[in-house]
Design a binder for this molecule. Structure first.
Ligand code: RUQ
Ligand code: CUA
Length: 666
């Protein structure tokens, strides 16, 4: 949440406010109208109307809630390891977390972007950014799993990401921190105070394959060294454009809270991505040497593959004059949001006392007239008055983000004054305000960033929850709040806790997703190299000090469940295939003393746990997911003998202990 902190301290520095923590609303027990409970009540056995896909912030995960109930359905590990499923621990999933810095099993995730077709939700994928080690992940709504992660080269902090174009042509990734870039073969070991000369920024356009969803870094735009914060694609008439908020045009390298708040205006940057695409295809870019990881999950091999890529196309706006323009925007803008008509761009200056709304038509006209105020590092700067639709006066303190209801209204979150403010886009007039508890960051209206918002609710994602829930030690739960926006006035309906700090979220009608949800993986389509498609193929194979266990799981036993002949110094790979072909029958797998995780294996899937025994003896293996009445019987043993022992390799299921030597060992 550094943009926020940044804003806060800057607020303090400019002594607009004494409070550093944002304001608690005056009336924390705001009256809830009598029908609020009814409006969020989803009766047992009934389904919610919307999925709410919420960024897990510093947890590096995504959480999935139902709306209006606020019930939590799932946490999806993305840039994180998850010991309950084995994500990031199983041999198959480890490559998903590979980067040019090596294995990076954590990140700081801020924004969700749901795939769209013609500017409307299509229910196929969710994208999320990794802010730290710059990455974008794609989650497949068929499985609710992370299907792909791509690293972003020439970037440091991927914050203005992964906002997406109207037909999911591209997701974007803008570098938050500019830094010395070696793309011109230069030296990157430079003094930090040479920021102005040596530090550079980029925004990358990550192409998305329309059929498979597979991503690739199609091109990047090489930009001056400033901070890129947030972004949104144009829609309808502005379809070909992308807008980014920029701060620190002062190019400060220290104490940004003061030094990056010097100028009255920073920029909203407009990028004509269609033109960029044309230039990239016509070979007008430069080939830059880079190194970045591209990791793809395959639902047939049930495994991930990681590839290192070494080149990217860079487009230089100093040479390609008509791809990038700057629009002056007051006071270190954070949110940069485009309304459903695609005609207006809302900039939210963190320190501004107004909300500027830019007109896309006026921007085009100013560009056509070449009516520039000047250039910033070779990029044309338009005149504020020429591109402004108007300013919303006295909206509140600390505007951050804006969503739209599709009925001509915008809803802006105000961190410092802890409220949501509803205003009329054409008239630029405030029509309603509702307190939040407290210090709201992002907000979400179902379909809010599309051409046709589904409206109905606005959800506030708050940074502070003091006094709202039972205490849980020094750290209190993070929180969301649901408001009814079907009438003229916003009505608070529900508080619900979230996992990790909630940043951006989107909500989508359940009907667009539930019909495509996968129930099982077909065992006949399982192409895992260590699959075991029937119990009779279960076996144990030694290759030097590697022991491969081809194991099956079905209610309620493993095959084999007795294994002998493992020796100290061995690496044991348990490749477990879940033979079930019924919905919702995963099996778990655990071995005593494993230093990594357990596994949760879905019907028809194969997953591998590596185990390096640390002592001689007999260790239990067992299922960790209560799968049948005889789940507690779903267990077995692995015997570990001393290094160099002559215990023969043997395996079995269903041989009694008094039957003597096992079949295989005979
Ligand atoms: S930011 S709370 Cu990282 Cu999306 Cu504005
Ligand atoms: Cu399988 Cu419990």
């Amino acid at each position: 949440m550094s943009p926020i902190k940044n804003m806060l301290t800057a607020v303090a520095a400019t002594s607009l406010l004494a409070s550093l923590t944002g304001c608690a609303p005056k009336n924390p027990t705001q009256a809830i109208t009598g029908d609020a409970a009814e409006k969020v009540y989803v009766a047992p056995g009934k389904h919610d109307e919307f999925y709410n896909i919420v960024s897990g912030g510093f947890s590096g995960q995504v959480s999935v809630y139902g709306l209006p109930s606020g019930r939590l359905f799932r946490q999806i590990p993305v840039f994180s390891q998850d010991p309950q499923t084995g994500w990031g621990y199983s041999e198959e999933s480890k490559p998903m977390l590979n980067t040019s810095h090596g294995f990076a099993p954590w990140d700081d995730s801020h924004h969700i972007a749901l795939s769209t077709t013609n500017g409307e939700h299509d229910g196929r994928w969710a994208f999320i950014n990794g802010n730290n080690t710059p990455r974008i992940a794609r989650i497949d709504f068929k499985t609710f799993r992370t299907a792909e992660i791509i690293e972003i080269p020439n970037a440091s902090g991927n914050h203005s990401s992964p906002f997406i174009t109207e037909n999911s042509e591209y997701a974007v990734a803008g570098t938050r921190f500019s830094f010395p870039l070696d793309y011109e073969g230069g030296n990157v070991d430079v003094p930090i105070n040479t920021y102005k000369q040596n530090f550079k920024g980029t925004v990358s356009f990550v192409g998305i394959d329309p059929l498979t969803g597979h991503m690739n870094v199609s091109f990047q735009v090489m930009l001056p060294g400033i901070n890129f914060d947030l972004s949104r694609c144009g829609r309808g008439p502005s379809h070909d454009w992308f807008f980014f908020s920029c701060y620190n045009t002062e190019q400060a390298n220290t104490l940004l809270e003061v030094n990056a708040s010097q100028k009255d205006k920073d920029f909203i940057m407009a990028v004509n991505w269609k033109k960029c695409e044309e230039y990239a295809k016509a070979g007008k870019g430069k080939t830059l040497k880079v190194k970045y990881a591209h990791n793809v999950w395959d639902d047939k091999t049930h495994s991930a593959k990681s590839t290192m890529i070494t080149e990217v196309i860079g487009l230089d706006p100093k040479e390609l004059k008509d791809i990038v323009y700057f629009m002056p925007c007051p006071k270190s803008p954070h949110g940069c949001d485009v309304d459903p008509s695609g005609k207006y761009i809302v900039g939210s200056g963190k320190l501004a006392a107004i909300i500027p709304v830019f007109s896309f038509d006026k921007m085009l006209k100013a560009i056509a007239d070449k009516n520039f105020e000047g250039e910033y590092d070779g990029i044309p700067v338009l005149k504020y008055a020429d591109v402004l639709h108007g300013e919303v006066q006295k909206p509140g303190l600390g505007p951050l983000h804006t969503e739209f209801d599709g009925k001509g209204f915008a809803y802006t979150s105000f961190f410092v004054s802890s409220e949501i403010v509803k205003w009329d886009i054409e008239k630029l007039a405030v029509v309603d305000r509702a307190p939040t508890y407290y210090s709201i960051g992002h907000l979400c209206i179902p379909g809010g960033p599309t051409r046709k918002p589904h409206g109905k609710y606005v959800i506030a994602y708050n940074k502070i929850t003091k006094d709202r829930y039972l205490p849980t030690g020094p750290e209190l739960t993070q929180s969301a709040q649901l408001y009814d926006i079907s009438g003229e006035k916003m009505k608070l309906l529900l508080d619900f806790p979230t996992v990790g700090e909630p940043h951006y979220a989107e909500a989508i009608p359940a009907t667009l997703i539930e019909k495509n949800s996968l129930k099982i993986f077909k065992i006949e389509e399982n192409n895992h190299p260590y699959v075991c498609k029937s119990e009779k193929d279960a076996r144990v194979v030694r290759e030097g000090n590697k022991v491969h266990v081809y194991m099956t799981a079905i209610r309620s036993h493993f095959n084999p469940d007795n294994i002998e002949g493992i020796r100290m110094g061995d690496e044991v790979y348990f490749h477990i295939t879940n033979l079930e072909q019924d919905w919702d029958v995963p099996h778990g797998f655990a071995v005593k003393g494993a230093s990594n995780a357990e596994l949760l294996i879905m019907p028809g899937e194969t997953q591998t746990l590596k185990w390096v025994p640390d002592r001689v003896g007999v260790q239990p293996i067992y299922c960790t997911d209560f799968c049948s009445a005889l789940h507690q019987e779903m267990q077995g043993y692995a015997r570990v003998s001393p290094a160099g022992s002559s215990t023969p390799l043997s395996w079995s299921t269903g041989k009694n202990s008094d039957a003597g030597v096992t079949e295989a060992a005979k």
